[in-house]
Design a protein around this ligand. Structure first.
Ligand SMILES: [Zn+2]
Ligand SMILES: [Zn+2]
Length: 274
């Protein structure tokens, strides 16, 4: 595995960019002292959770949160072919209108969005103008699809899905690059990783897992829950996402190095090549 911010990734390669790894309100919290968080460390400035994956030359956007536009600008995202929406919560869906330029660049072609019934319902409710009309180069245009268990992408990349518990059902995603067999699991927004999801991701090269904060939460995994899930999966390397201000980057990177050496923290702009 290479960790790099340079070099294009086309065929025979999977490249993951962490566009954001912050919890639903982002980090730092506004109008709050954020005790314990080193605001001088740029890795503690977290936009809402989202990743971009290029697999066999096909560009997949996972979630489009409120900072989606800025995330695209900061990470040089020049193309999106397919959108996977993990679920319909505001911090994952509210930036979807900013897919507009990607439609325009495809001569108005609609972008396919795959999600759960709940996620698709949210897209229809928030962006009716994008889903109820023929393709147009004047507005964002989306086609909505139920996420299948196995999605074969143009170019040959495969995305397997499973359902994670989070109050609402959430898509857990496992990306597979067929020419190398590299596998990457993305399990954000979940209270736990059920046995079917553990099995689906078993032995993957990299897992990105919901690790909200040290303390218990009704619908998210704690840092320790995520570390234990990583162990159960047997991921070669794992990174935590969807973190609150209580997870200071340097403090927790050091703590994890001592207790779970295969687990680290995501940061906005982190790039992985498999
Ligand atoms: Zn979320
Ligand atoms: Zn959520």
């Amino acid at each position: 595995m290479l960790a790099s911010s340079e070099g294009a990734c086309s065929f025979g390669c999977m490249e993951i960019t962490v566009l954001g790894c912050g919890t639903s309100q982002g980090v730092p919290l506004i109008a709050h002292p954020n005790p314990g968080l080193d605001r001088a460390n740029p890795r503690n400035w977290r936009t809402r959770t989202s990743i971009h994956v290029v697999i066999e030359g096909h560009a997949v956007q996972v979630d489009t949160g409120p900072e989606f536009r800025l995330q695209c600008l900061h990470n040089q995202i020049e193309n999106i072919d397919t959108v996977l929406l993990t679920h319909g919560h505001a911090d994952h869906v509210l930036g979807m209108d900013d897919l507009r330029q990607f439609c325009t660049n495809k001569q108005g072609a609609a972008i396919p969005v795959y999600s759960t019934p709940e996620g698709l319902g949210r897209v229809r409710a928030i962006f009716p103008y994008a889903t109820d009309k023929p393709e147009s180069d004047a507005y964002v245009s989306l086609t909505l699809h139920a996420m299948p268990e196995v999605l074969e992408l143009p170019g040959g990349g495969i995305v397997r899905s499973t359902i994670l518990p989070h109050g609402v059902p959430v898509l857990g995603l496992v990306f597979e690059e067929p020419s190398t067999g590299a596998r990457f699991a993305y399990y954000t927004d979940c209270k736990r990783v059920p046995s079917a999801a553990v099995k689906l991701a078993q032995g993957c090269d990299v897992a990105i897992l919901d690790g909200l904060r040290p303390a218990w939460h009704p619908t998210h995994m704690t840092v320790e829950d995520a570390c234990e899930a990583s162990k159960a999966i047997g991921a070669k390397r794992s990174f935590l996402t969807h973190m609150t201000f209580q997870v200071d980057y340097d403090t927790w990177t050091q703590k994890l190095a001592e207790t779970y050496p295969n687990v680290g923290l995501c940061y906005d702009g982190m790039r992985l090549k498999l």
